[in-house]
Design a protein around this ligand. Structure first.
Ligand code: SF4
Length: 468
C-alpha cells in the first residue's frame, strides 16, 4: 500500500529558517487570525516557534486558552491509564520498558488482576481509561489485549460505577489487526511517533519492530483505512529539536485531515522523564525547558484548534496547572505507570521509577479534582460523544466550528455531580456544588440548561449515566 509522505525535511528546515525575524505586527496578525478557529498556516506556526520574548508569549498563551474555551468550554476531561503489560521487544533508549532493562520485573496482568486494577481506578471516580501495553505479542497478544478490554467493561464497583470508554495506546498494527480492533468498543487509538526526525528515530530505536520508521509514521493511515474512527498523535519532546517536532506533528495532523477528513482526535505532549536503565532519558541532547514547552502547547492549540490536547502526570503539578491555562483539554489523574500499580499501592513507593517513566504529579484523583475546580475549570468524566456515535468525521463537524461545547459543559456537570455524590469528601462536595450552580448559567440554550438541571436532580436521587 502506498502512502503520501508528509514529512519533508527541506520544507521544515526551510520554513523555520525564513520565519526567524517576524515583527510584532506580523505576530499580532497571526494571533488574531487564529481566533477564527481555522488553524494557522505552516509559515505562521514556524513564525510563532521562533518567538522568545515574554510579552508576546503571554499573548500567545491567552489566545490559546481563548480558542480552547471557544471550542470546548472550560471543562477539563480526566482519565486514568492502565498498563496491562510491560513486556517489550524493542530497545527504545529513553524508555524503562526497553528489552535491555533486565532489572525490570516483567508482568502481563491476568483478567483477575485487570478486574482489581479496574476496581481501584473506579474507586477513584474515573469513568474513562487509557489501556496500554508494551510491544511484545508473544507475552501479550492482540487477542488477549482485546479480552482484557472486554474484561474492563464488565467490571462494576460497589457504587455500580463502570468504565464507560476505553482508549487504547498500543504499538502499530497491521491492516487485518486494525480491522479486528475496530470490532471492539474503543474510543481513540493512539500512537506517539516519538520523533518525526528520521535520523534521530533510527538512533533511538536500535532494534525491534519499532526501529522501522515508515511502519510507525504511516500507522494512522492504516488505522483510518481499516475501521478506526478516532486517532491520537504525540511526539516525545526532548529527543530532537522541538521546533522540528512541532512542524512534524502539524504536518501529520494536516495529512490526516486532508486524506481522510479526520484530523487527530487528540495530541499528547509527553516530555522525556528519567526512566530506569534508559540512557537517553538521563542524557538529553534536546531538553525542552518550561518556557519552550508552554510555547509548544499553545502553538498546537492555535494550529489544530479542534483537537483534544493531553498532558500526563509526567509533568509537575505547577506545570500542569499552567498548561491547562493555555489550551490543554484532557489530563490523567491519580495515575500509575507500573503494571499492577493501582492495586499494588503500598508495595512500591509512589515514585519508585519502575514505571515506563517517572511521575511528577502524585496527587490522587480527588486532589486533582479539587485543584481543577479551584482554578475555575470543570472536571469532566464525560464519554458522551463516543457512546452516541459522535466519532470520526461527525465529531470533527461539531468540534471544528465550536459546537461540541454545547454537549461538553452539560455532560461535565452531570458527571461531576455523579462524582460528588459517590466519591467526594464534604469539602470537595461544597466546592463542586457551588461550581455547578455557577456554571449552569453558562449553558447558552435555556432548553439544554433546564434539561441539565433535571439530570442533576435525577442524579442526586440515585440515577446515573445521564448525558447528551
Ligand atoms: S461531549 Fe464529547 S467532546 Fe465533550 S467532553 Fe463529552 S465526549 Fe468529550
Amino acid at each position: 500500500m502506498e502512502y503520501n509522505n508528509f514529512i519533508n525535511d527541506e520544507k521544515i528546515f526551510g520554513v523555520l529558517e525564513h520565519t526567524q525575524k517576524a515583527d510584532k505586527s506580523k505576530i499580532d496578525e497571526i494571533l488574531t487570525k487564529a481566533l477564527e478557529l481555522k488553524g494557522i498556516s505552516y509559515d505562521d506556526v514556524a513564525t510563532l516557534l521562533n518567538v522568545t520574548d515574554e510579552d508576546t508569549l503571554e499573548k500567545l498563551y491567552n489566545t490559546a486558552l481563548q480558542i480552547k474555551e471557544t471550542i470546548y468550554g472550560n471543562r477539563l476531561v480526566l482519565f486514568a491509564p492502565l498498563y496491562v503489560s510491560n513486556y517489550c521487544s524493542n530497545g527504545c533508549l529513553y524508555c524503562g520498558f526497553r528489552a535491555n532493562n533486565t532489572e525490570l520485573v516483567r508482568a502481563c496482568l491476568t483478567p483477575a488482576e485487570v478486574e482489581k486494577e479496574t476496581l481501584a481506578i473506579l474507586d477513584q471516580g474515573h469513568k474513562r481509561m487509557l489501556m496500554l501495553m508494551g510491544e511484545n505479542h508473544k507475552n501479550c497478544s492482540l487477542d488477549y489485549f482485546i479480552e482484557l478490554i472486554n474484561k474492563v467493561y464488565s467490571v462494576r464497583n460497589s457504587k455500580g460505577s463502570n468504565i464507560r470508554r476505553v482508549n487504547v495506546e498500543i504499538a502499530p498494527l497491521t491492516d487485518e489487526e486494525f480491522q479486528r480492533l475496530s470490532q471492539v468498543k474503543i474510543g481513540t487509538y493512539t500512537v506517539f511517533q516519538e520523533t518525526y526526525h528520521r535520523e534521530t528515530y533510527k538512533a533511538m530505536h536500535p532494534y525491534g519492530k519499532k526501529s522501522e520508521y515508515d511502519w510507525r509514521v504511516f500507522v494512522m493511515d492504516r488505522a483510518l483505512r481499516n475501521g478506526m474512527n478516532d486517532v491520537g498523535l504525540g511526539a516525545l519532546f526532548g529527543l530532537y529539536d522541538y521546533k522540528y517536532e512541532v512542524m512534524g506533528l502539524i504536518s501529520h495532523a494536516r495529512h490526516l485531515d486532508q486524506e481522510y477528513g479526520v484530523g487527530p482526535h487528540t495530541i499528547s505532549f509527553p516530555r522525556i522523564q528519567p526512566a530506569q536503565n534508559a540512557p537517553a532519558s538521563h542524557d538529553l541532547k534536546h531538553a525542552v525547558n518550561d518556557q519552550e514547552f508552554k510555547k509548544i502547547v499553545a502553538i498546537v492549540r492555535l494550529a489544530v484548534p479542534y483537537t483534544g490536547m493531553i498532558i500526563s502526570t509526567r509533568e509537575s503539578v505547577a506545570m500542569r496547572n499552567q498548561l491547562i491555562d493555555m489550551g490543554v483539554s484532557q489530563i490523567s489523574a491519580g495515575s500509575r505507570t507500573d503494571v499492577g500499580g493501582y492495586e499494588d499501592e503500598g508495595k512500591h513507593s509512589k515514585d519508585d521509577g519502575v514505571g515506563q517513566f517517572s511521575l511528577n504529579d502524585n496527587r490522587n484523583c480527588g486532589e486533582v479534582i479539587r485543584d481543577v475546580m479551584k482554578a475555575g475549570f470543570v472536571p469532566s468524566f464525560c464519554t458522551g460523544c463516543y457512546r452516541l456515535g459522535r466519532v470520526g468525521a461527525d465529531f470533527m463537524d461539531m468540534a471544528k466550528p465550536g459546537l461540541i461545547k454545547l454537549h461538553c459543559l452539560p455532560n461535565a456537570l452531570s458527571t461531576l455531580e455523579e462524582y460528588l455524590v459517590d466519591y467526594a469528601d464534604e469539602e470537595t462536595k461544597k466546592i463542586g456544588e457551588e461550581l455547578i450552580a455557577r456554571e449552569l448559567n453558562d449553558i447558552p440554550s435555556p432548553e439544554r440548561r433546564a434539561q441539565t438541571i433535571k439530570y442533576l436532580d435525577r442524579i442526586k436521587k440515585g440515577e446515573r449515566d445521564l448525558y447528551f
